[in-house]
Design a binder for this molecule. Structure first.
Ligand code: FES
Ligand code: FES
Length: 157
């Protein structure tokens, strides 16, 4: 039997009927059409599906949509303000922090979360902060450089 889920995603309220077993990642992509959140492994290993739920980093393949009921979710689509990219997005472009781009939305959500908690992380702290996000392409060097460039520019409000 379907259940009602009421969530705020990127500031907009959604109310949808979903199967209780629907993963949050599929809810975001297929039910409300926000395909910026990627799905890779579906077992919590790759981090491609990373979003923020009530300000906490969550792998959306490890959460049912019904568990997000009443919560506030931020996805990659919620970071830019109009035509102005989020500082982490800008820094990823400046530093070639992506190649195929599959990991990028999750990486950026994780980097944003890290910089809100620790505006000036060391390289070790950046690598620790992104340890839940895997990249098959870049070797991580440009990703770390991007996060360093964005240091101090992320608003924690
Ligand atoms: S798809 Fe969620 S961690 Fe890989
Ligand atoms: S840019 Fe291809 S997986 Fe990271």
């Amino acid at each position: 039997m379907k259940q009602t889920v009421r969530v705020t995603v990127n500031g907009r309220l959604y109310e949808e009927e979903v199967e209780p077993r629907q993963l949050l990642s599929y809810f975001l992509r297929e039910t409300i059409g926000l395909t910026g959140t990627h799905i890779g492994c579906i077992i919590g290993e790759c981090g491609a599906c990373t979003v923020q739920v009530n300000g906490t980093l969550v792998k959306s393949c490890l959460m049912f949509a019904v568990q997000a009921n009443g919560k506030e979710i931020t996805t990659i689509e919620g970071l830019a303000e109009g035509d102005t990219l989020h500082p982490v997005q800008e820094a990823f472009i400046n530093n070639y922090g992506f190649q195929c781009g599959y990991c990028t939305p999750g990486m950026i959500m994780a980097a944003d979360s890290l910089l809100k908690k620790n505006p000036y992380p060391s390289e070790e702290e950046i690598r620790e902060g992104l340890a839940g996000n895997l990249c098959m392409c870049t070797g991580y060097v440009q990703i770390v450089a991007a996060v360093k460039e964005a240091a101090g520019q992320v608003d924690d409000g």
